[in-house]
Design a binder for this molecule. Structure first.
Ligand SMILES: Cc1cc2nc3c(=O)[nH]c(=O)nc-3n(C[C@H](O)[C@H](O)[C@H](O)COP(=O)(O)O)c2cc1C
Length: 176
């Protein structure tokens, strides 16, 4: 699938085919996509917890209130940021956001569905995930990406809004 098509047709997928697991080589491709994201000073401050054990996936909704789709998903990637190795932590969330989007677009391109479940900066959610997955306290869980095959059709939506675009000066609209 072409890059632009993956971008325009990626949709949040919250329904998964339960008994269809994601092959290990595909999981590796998703993580490689994530790790090829841009990051401030190229610090690559990410870690990823790959969760494919059913009993652990089933526990995610006990710590995250909007994650019921994990009961169906065969895989979830907990994306984390490491403030201890970064020169400063101002750009950590931007770095992680880029990695997450890369993973989700790669998932789309590879015929998978995924959804972004926000975690950071909610301390309660971060601590819940730390406890569930044995994540050290200096590591900050950033989000959860449930991933899997789906029967949900992903299609583009008309979201292009000219009134959000300013040409050279804020007061000049595109096309003026
Ligand atoms: C920071 C962030 C947090 C989100 N948290 C959740 C969440 O907790 N549960 C959920 O079902 N979707 C969550 N989403 C997905 C959004 O609801 C979704 O991206 C948005 O409705 C647009 O739909 P689309 O992804 O299909 O384009 C989150 C997205 C972002 C970027």
């Amino acid at each position: 699938m072409e890059t632009l098509e993956a971008i325009l047709t990626r949709r949040s997928v919250r329904r998964f085919i339960q008994d269809k697991s994601v092959p290990a080589d595909i999981v590796e491709k998703l993580l490689e996509a994530g790790m090829n994201a841009p990051s401030a000073r190229n610090e690559q401050p990410w870690h990823f917890v790959v969760v494919d054990q059913r009993e652990l996936l089933d526990k995610i909704p006990t710590v995250h209130p909007y994650s019921k789709m994990c009961l169906e998903a065969p895989l979830a990637i907990i994306c984390c940021m490491d403030a201890s190795t970064a020169m400063d932590d101002k750009f950590l969330a931007q770095d992680l956001g880029a990695a997450v989007q890369n993973i989700m677009l790669a998932a789309r391109a590879l015929g998978l569905g995924s959804v972004w479940l926000g975690v950071y900066p909610n301390e309660k959610l971060m601590n819940g995930l730390r406890e569930l997955f044995g994540i050290p306290k200096q590591i900050m869980p950033f989000n959860i990406i449930p991933v899997g095959y789906t029967d949900m059709e992903q299609t583009s939506q008309p979201r292009y809004k000219k009134d959000r675009i300013h040409k050279n000066q804020w007061s000049v609209k595109l096309g003026d």
